[in-house]
Design a binder for this molecule. Structure first.
Ligand code: ADP
Ligand code: MG
Length: 701
């Protein structure tokens, strides 16, 4: 085959005229032979299996059944007539229904003769029925069985309307196989095919488009998914390696006095093994000459703060400054207060910069930063402002990264000629496999162990009708000296309604928990920051027992004495949000509880979310379920959705293939970093083509 064959414009394919060519380009992005051969079906109609009528389930979709029509009748309706056939096999009966084309059916259909019917099965009036089934005489069916699995290609309304139906698509691909003789070059080396028992490319392409059996299809799918994921991983790993070579970082050569002094004399607790491991990983990065770009994942309460501090001390020991950025003022303030307490006995300066820092104070901070007398700056987005200049920023720590965009990370880079080391901390556990695919340019550390002595939070689901019992439970807990959160959803689209719910809820709680015996705080987004802080303060100090709030407390306060989290309309929250909210309790020594309140009507997804919360406290397990429910795009937030524009593989379902692909991509590059070995020529070639097409930008932002 001519090596440029696959680059031939689609216009040259038989049956493709100028009009079809432009439609294929517009609607499906198919420009060349290569594009159409890689345009894979998104499902297959399996005509290799047959149902019996008594096997049909209410949720059965397309079915194929052998049976006979024993009776035909016309049913008059207000909206028109329908023709109904009674269809039987040896296990039961069902109906076939036609809303049009009656004459043709009545004349052509043979009663009491075996047919193979195929169609979408409905459950209606206590009977299964198929509207407008495909029908073929059993005799003919047996004779005509060509490919048993029928591919269905993704399509658009415009395509079907203009006659590029699934059948036409199928024919076009047949034409291409005829034109090429089905001889497609392989894109994976022979040794990988052998080692992994993969079928070759030509066979895989043929079987993905024209599978004879489900086994042949499965092999083709595996081969093509592996290939897709292998090259994504290869590109990500190479990109990371190149970045490390190109981007020089500050080398923090020494582990100095501050770090050692703090580590040996001032640690308030023994570090967990996970914390120790992570600190080792970070130290290794900082000691090399490359810029660190590391994601630190650790569930709520896993102890990321101390890791951040130790990392900052390493920077200061080497003559650099550090900053810590948090998404909200509350969180920044909390970091500040927490760190101040930890370093009281160390000779370092820490300060806080947020939107509400007073001008005089702000000026002092600017000055101290430029002079280098301020060692650690903690703050919000305010740190990113151009006015904020460091003498020598060596380390930037970003907490709760999912609220900072890539652009903001980039802004931090430009505070110096040489970019600072970056440590991104997140409590939203992104499943590792997804993180690997999305953040190929970040290295990943995980704190997968909670500090000892934590009591797992008990989580229950209660219906609104049980509210009185829940209130009694609250009373008992308050009597023991505990504090309670009650959280209401606040979704932007229905803000006024949600706000009303919150106020109604507040009033009902105020009625059941009357002052002066009980004191209640309320915090929501429509309050002035000063009022918010005041209410928050009262709760933190223990002056109020109940905090009624919207999700503003999600990534905020740390009140170890709070032991109950009640989440109202819990069905309206996403899983990761529920998990974050739950993380507000369970911070003290007492047993903590999370109560998920809902009405009785729940969707299947809501039920799954609630059951998952009740079942597990493990953030990673929750993230996996979340990923399955919502898909990767949603998890990363809209700004990043669509980053995983895969042709055939599915990041969630093909997790195992992804791991295998990553392993082999790493191994290949470890053995042959520049892909110079003859046996890797195919890989190098394919990689170069992908780079030339900038395919990688489809995958990562
Ligand atoms: P997060 O990862 O959510 O930021 P923090 O760093 O705020 O967690 O830590 C949560 C709590 O656990 C803090 O009160 C902290 O002092 C405590 N903590 C952290 N590490 C340990 C440890 N190794 N042993 C005991 N307590 C710890
Ligand atoms: Mg934290």
């Amino acid at each position: 085959m001519n090596p440029n064959f696959l680059n031939t414009p689609i216009d040259y394919l038989k049956r493709v005229g100028p009009q079809r060519a432009s439609l294929l380009k517009q609607e499906l992005g198919i420009h060349t032979y290569q594009d159409i051969i890689n345009f894979f079906p998104n499902k297959y109609i399996d005509k290799t299996s047959y149902y019996k009528i008594n096997q049909l389930q209410r949720n059965t979709a397309e079915v194929q059944i052998v049976g006979k029509v024993v009776h035909l009748k016309m049913v008059e309706q207000k909206r028109g007539k329908r023709l109904v056939a009674k269809f039987i096999d040896d296990t039961g009966e069902m109906e076939l229904v036609w809303f049009k084309g009656h004459k043709w059916i009545k004349e052509g259909l043979k009663l009491n003769t075996p047919y193979v019917i195929y169609g979408k099965c409905n459950w209606f009036n206590g009977m299964f029925s198929i509207p407008h089934p495909e029908m073929e005489l059993l005799e003919d069916h047996k004779a005509s069985l060509k490919t048993a699995m029928q591919p269905v290609y993704p399509s658009t309304e415009k395509l079907t309307k203009t006659g590029i139906t699934n059948k036409v698509m199928n024919q076009l691909i047949q034409e291409l196989f005829l034109a090429s003789g089905g001889k497609f070059y392989d894109t994976l080396p022979k040794y990988l095919l052998e080692e992994l028992k993969l079928i070759n490319k030509a066979e895989a392409l043929f079987n993905i488009h024209f599978p004879k059996t489900s086994e042949a299809l499965a092999k083709a799918q595996y081969r093509l998914k592996f290939e897709e994921l292998f090259y994504i991983q290869l590109q990500l790993i190479l990109k990371n390696l190149i970045r490390k070579q190109k981007i020089k970082g500050f080398a923090f050569d020494k582990v100095g006095e501050l770090f050692n002094d703090f580590y040996n004399n001032h640690l308030p607790f023994d570090l967990t093994n996970a914390q120790k491991r992570v600190i080792k990983e970070i130290r290794k990065d900082l000691g090399s000459n490359a810029q660190m770009n590391r994601l630190l994942q650790g569930d709520v309460g896993s102890g990321k703060t101390i890791v951040a501090l130790l990392t900052a001390l390493l920077a200061i020991d080497n003559g650099f400054q550090a900053c810590i950025m948090a998404p909200t003022e509350i969180l920044a303030t909390q970091h500040y207060n927490g760190l101040i307490e930890l370093v009281t006995e160390l000779p370092i300066q820490i300060n806080l910069l947020t939107g509400s820092t007073k001008t005089a104070n702000r000026k002092e901070i600017h000055k101290a930063l430029e002079e280098g007398t301020l060692h650690i700056l903690i703050g919000t987005h305010a740190i990113l402002e151009d006015k904020v200049k460091f003498k020598n920023l060596g380390l930037a720590i970003i907490d709760e990264q999912h609220r900072f965009g890539v652009a903001q990370r980039a802004k931090l880079w430009h505070k110096n000629d040489i970019p600072p080391h970056i440590l991104v901390m997140t409590a939203t556990p992104i499943p590792r496999t997804l993180a690997m695919s999305l953040y190929g340019d970040l290295d990943i550390s995980v704190i997968d162990e909670l500090p000892p002595g934590r009591k797992p939070i008990k989580t229950v689901h209660r219906y609104d009708s049980n509210r009185l019992k829940v209130f009694q439970f609250i009373r008992d807990e308050i009597a023991k000296g505990r504090q309670i959160y009650v959280v209401y959803p606040l979704i932007q689209e229905s803000e006024t309604l949600d706000y009303k719910d919150l106020m109604d809820g507040y009033e009902s709680i105020a009625r059941d928990f009357p002052s002066p015996k009980y004191q209640i705080s309320i915090v929501h987004g429509q309050m002035k920051p000063a009022d918010k802080d005041y209410e928050m303060e009262r709760f933190v100090k223990g002056e109020t027992q109940i905090m009624v709030a919207t999700t503003v407390i999600e990534v905020g306060v740390n009140v170890p004495n709070a032991s109950v989290m009640i989440i109202e309309s819990a069905e309206r929250f996403g899983l990761s949000q529920l998990h974050q909210l739950r993380g507000r309790v369970g911070r003290g020594a007492e047993q903590s509880f999370c109560i998920l309140m809902t009405g009785h009507k729940l969707s299947d997804d809501s039920k799954t979310r609630l059951e998952t919360m009740v079942k597990t406290n493990d953030g990673f397990e929750i993230a996996e379920v979340d990923l399955k429910l919502r898909g990767p795009g949603d998890i990363m937030g809209t700004q990043q959705s669509g980053v995983l524009n895969l042709k055939i593989a599915d990041i969630v379902k093909d997790n195992d293939i992804l791991k295998t692909a990553r392993y082999y991509a790493m191994r290949t590059l470890k053995d042959d970093p520049n892909l110079q070995l003859p046996e890797n020529a195919i890989i190098l070639n394919t990689y170069k083509k992908l780079q030339a097409n900038k395919t990688i930008w489809n995958y990562i932002s």
